[in-house]
Design a protein around this ligand. Structure first.
Ligand SMILES: C[S@@+](CC[C@H](N)C(=O)[O-])C[C@H]1O[C@@H](n2cnc3c(N)ncnc32)[C@H](O)[C@@H]1O
Length: 396
């Protein structure tokens, strides 16, 4: 079949799915266009003032741009974009998936697969439901001391509430993008969950947004915290939410869909990343904490030697190198990694977040690995925990 007819067939599948309400999402990747800052385009159906639109989210390196298109205009635009601006397109409908690879001068490929999501999408925008962690009715917030008996945020807990809220706000679109499995109960693990603020919030968000059972497991090395959180989950009848005393690095995970680890100390973040990759997670989100492993190894490349003789700049460079290397290693493991600010630095300086969505399209693993190794070599690193766990040798 010709390139043209595979593309046509793909677009016809999309049109049919939009028309019969079975369209879930369309992701475009492999950018080849003039705008080098663009990484992906995510498309999903939305209803605005009662009318159906396709929401186009253009993901650039540092920002997202959203444009809503009427379906007829969207098809014309997609016909232009496919093969000219993007090489890969992944269509998910409630009846199946289709992956199109289309490059100028090469034969196009179209692969069909089983449905990954059989639920008819809620077009009335799930943002309103998903965005906020409501204070009223969420008795776990009271049990954790965030809200009082009047369901108002208690004095001194405003920053914690904002952090919980922001976490859910950031995670919601990432979960939508990564998708949840429909053939089994989605499984989510929060590594180094502490008192469980974010674990409870994640469970609440998923239950409320997707209105289906989920399994959320918090892992925490301090047994008193895990026990206290289990007690609250039991007392409040929060089905599917559980806490376990354990150390991240020695935890054995069953296949897991989402792994998060927020401010787990130093290389515990690497352990969580490796566990997520090993468990086949579609989405991994970490907020790194301290960066002790890399700092003493950092050899300043000559032009940076003077700058890095200042302690604070050395410490910041160590953070930069550690997290840049983590992102590069995630790419090598088949994920699309993003690094962004989690919460305003006025609340905490540990405000960096790394998200990783597992790629559905083929990628060049060897080239991605080489980029990670080259980055480590530039700074003279001989070992880094995630590289070691992924068995990627760093030859300084
Ligand atoms: C700074 S707290 C963050 C808690 C929670 N993730 C949050 O963001 O609210 C870090 C937690 O991770 C736990 N932790 C650190 N390293 C760990 C490891 N290797 N295994 C399990 N828990 C760990 C600590 O005991 C602590 O409760």
């Amino acid at each position: 079949m010709t390139q043209h007819s595979f593309k046509t067939q793909f677009l016809e599948r999309l049109q049919a799915a939009v028309a019969d309400g079975t369209f879930v999402r369309l992701n475009l990747g492999g950018p080849t266009g003039r705008d080098r800052s663009i990484r992906n385009l995510f498309i999903r159906p939305v209803k605005l003032r009662g009318e159906l639109f396709l929401s186009f989210v253009y993901r650039h390196v540092a920002r997202d741009v959203t444009k809503n298109q009427a379906p007829a205009d969207a098809y014309v635009l997609l016909d232009e974009l496919l093969g000219n601006e993007f090489t890969d397109a992944f269509l998910s409908t409630t009846t199946g998936t289709a992956h199109l690879n289309v490059r100028k001068g090469r034969n196009a490929q179209l692969k069909l697969g089983p449905a990954e999501d059989t639920a008819v999408p809620d077009l009335e925008h799930d943002h309103r439901k998903a965005r906020t962690v409501q204070t009223s009715g969420n008795t776990w917030l009271r049990d954790l001391g965030v809200t009082g008996i009047d369901d108002k945020v208690r004095a001194g807990m405003e920053a914690k509430y904002r952090q919980i809220h922001r976490f859910v706000e950031l995670l919601a679109p990432l979960i939508r993008e990564a998708g949840l499995p429909q053939d089994r109960i989605p499984s989510i693990v929060d590594m180094g969950c502490g008192k469980g603020y974010l674990t409870f919030a994640l469970h609440d968000h998923l239950r409320r947004t997707y209105e289906r059972p989920v399994r959320v497991l918090g892992i925490e090395q301090r047994s008193e915290l895990a026990e206290a959180s289990n007690k609250i989950a039991d007392q409040r009848g929060l089905d599917g939410l559980q806490f376990q005393t354990g150390v991240i690095g020695s935890t054995v995970l069953q296949p897991t869909d989402i792994v998060v680890a927020l401010h787990a100390c130093d290389t515990a973040t690497d352990d969580a990343l490796a566990k997520g990759i090993e468990a086949g997670a579609r989405l991994i989100v970490v907020a790194p904490c301290c960066h002790r492993e890399v700092s003493p190894q950092l050899i300043a490349p000559a032009p940076l030697a003077q700058a890095l003789s200042h302690g604070i700049l050395h410490a910041r460079e160590a953070e930069f190198v550690t997290d840049a290397l983590r992102a590069a290693l995630l790419e090598a493991a088949g994920y699309e990694a993003r690094v962004f600010e989690f919460i305003s630095p006025e609340h905490t300086s540990k405000n960096l977040m790394i998200s990783a969505v597992r790629r559905t399209a083929p990628f060049d693993a060897a080239a991605a690995t080489q980029r990670a190794v080259a980055l480590a070599a530039f700074y003279g690193l001989r070992h880094q925990r995630l590289a070691q766990l992924l068995r990627i040798p760093l030859a300084a």
